[in-house]
Design a protein around this ligand. Structure first.
Ligand SMILES: N[C@@H](CCC(=O)N[C@@H](CSC=O)C(=O)NCC(=O)O)C(=O)O
Length: 278
């Protein structure tokens, strides 16, 4: 595997790096970013994956979330992949901002033509951890995952489906029940076709309703989020967790919207939640 280093920057006594590589899963170039904390100079450190939302890239989190200062204190490596393949183009991939480019939804597409390249679930849960392990600075037995909106949905699904791989999970304003909202229905129809059985493998509320998750889940949700009622529906995740006896700490943050001012405000709480379990 060949990694290309796009840029490297000193940051809080650690290093902020941007990479590209040829992905086996996505069969095209993929990009990701890594914050390597100072502790990694002397020993392998826990690694926390962040999945970003619609329209974001591998840069958005590292630039806007303000996570590196506390990650450097806690000795956490941060990894943020891009939100879709971009170099291999498919017809209609830029027709809308909530499907195609920047909107991979962290699923393995089964419907043509998306199935050729849009394999973000396998990329995030299998290939990217192998790439990160090859850097030799992180502990494969200490992985956590979090994300925002579409990426909050992705993080929850990755953790719920791989409880032995991820030791911690949290989300900012996740799409809590994608089968029951317009963004999710559009994405799942396009990427997965009409098979609702396949859809339910990528719906956090459907997954947690039928299988208790043994670790605590932290979710922050702004009350002034313009997507809250139509798209995010945290109450469905709350009901599903109650059904299976899963511990969900859902915090309604008064006056906060959907953006990175909200995320950066509560970032330290999420990093400490992960550090405690990693
Ligand atoms: N273009 C859209 C807004 C898109 C948007 O809000 N994207 C969010 C994620 S939404 C769910 O996944 C985001 O994180 N944007 C990046 C940012 O820097 O805020 C519109 O017109 O409403």
């Amino acid at each position: 595997m060949t990694l290309t280093k796009i840029s490297e920057h000193r940051c809080f006594d650690g290093t902020q790096v941007f990479y590209s590589h040829e992905s086996v899963e996505c069969r095209t170039e993929m990009r990701f970013s890594v914050f390597v904390p100072p502790q990694a100079q002397s020993q392998p450190v826990p690694v926390l994956y962040y999945l970003a939302g619609l329209t974001c890239t591998e840069e958005t989190f590292m630039i806007k979330a303000g996570a590196q200062r506390v990650a450097a204190q806690l000795g956490l490596m941060l990894v943020a992949p891009d939100t879709s393949p971009r170099k291999a183009r498919l017809p209609g991939d830029d027709a809308s901002w909530d499907f195609g480019l920047g909107a991979g939804f962290y699923v393995d597409a089964t419907a043509a033509p998306w199935s050729q390249h849009y394999r973000m679930y396998s990329y995030v849960t299998r290939e990217l951890p192998e790439v990160i392990a090859s850097l030799g600075k992180s502990r494969a037995d200490r992985q956590g995952i979090f994300g925002h909106s579409m990426g909050g949905h992705g993080a929850l699904v990755c953790a719920l489906r791989n409880p032995d791989q991820y030791r911690s999970v949290s989300a900012f304003a996740p799409i809590a029940a994608p089968m029951q909202c317009p963004w999710g229905q559009k994405a799942f129809t396009g990427y997965l076709g009409a098979d609702h059985g396949a859809w339910s493998q990528y719906d956090a509320s459907a997954l947690v309703a039928r299988q208790r998750y043994e670790r605590p889940i932290l979710v922050d949700q702004g009350t002034a989020d313009k997507f809250l009622t139509e798209q995010l529906k945290p109450e469905l995740l709350e009901a599903a967790c109650r059904q299976s006896g899963t511990t969900l700490r859902l915090r309604h943050q008064a006056g906060y919207d959907h953006g990175y001012y909200f995320i950066s405000t509560f970032m330290e709480d999420h990093l400490r939640h992960h550090a405690q379990h990693l």
